[in-house]
Design a protein around this ligand. Sequence first.
Ligand SMILES: [Zn+2]
Ligand SMILES: [Zn+2]
Length: 239
Amino acid sequence: MPFESSATHQDLQHFLTEPGCAVCRVMAQAEHRYFDALLYENVLSPPVHARLRAGSGFCGRHLETLMAMRDPMATAILYGAILDDRRHLLVRWRRSSRVVGRTMAAAAQLAEAGRNCPACEAEDGAGRRACEVLAAGLDAGTLRPEWERSSALCWPHFVRTRRLCGTGCGVLDDHEAEVLDRLATDVDTLIRSYDYRWPGERTQAVDTAWRRVVAVVAGRFQGGQPHARPPHASPDGSG
Ligand SMILES: [Zn+2]
Ligand SMILES: [Zn+2]
């Protein structure tokens, strides 16, 4: 299948028209889909349990996503399985005269939660694919119009995409530079607007510059751009 008819290419065509980094949006969508599939279809799936147990559950960020979805039964099933592993380990330790997990490295590993987080893996895979397809789309020109009208990429995804670009690199750089320059002007204006002698009203672009600058530097909507709402939560967050 040619890359321009792939689902990722279509996602990029759509997400490049929305505010913020399109690759971050693809990743947010992958996170959303991961948890949807987990809670609706995979809560009892043995391979999913094995994967979660092997990595001691989710990383901190994805644990927050899981808790925000307020699914007591699914959460109890998933984390109950990990608790059972811990209890069995403790039984073995209490029976054994051998000292287990007393070296620094072993103890650190046994104490760790959420290493190899499966939700991170789903997101990272989608993000990698999106950078590859965007680079190919800029090289072939199929994503150029959308790119040039977009709000550009966060810095981490810009660097990753740039590494993969060939002939499209100039187009990538030009638009990214234009957007970053505009953002820098908005940030400057925002700072100056706190001077009591500041004469006017702030535009919306200036008002939101503090969030946008964090989102661009840190990626993943860290600056508080619209985050994908967990599928089960109600709009007011009461779930
Ligand atoms: Zn991004
Ligand atoms: Zn994670």
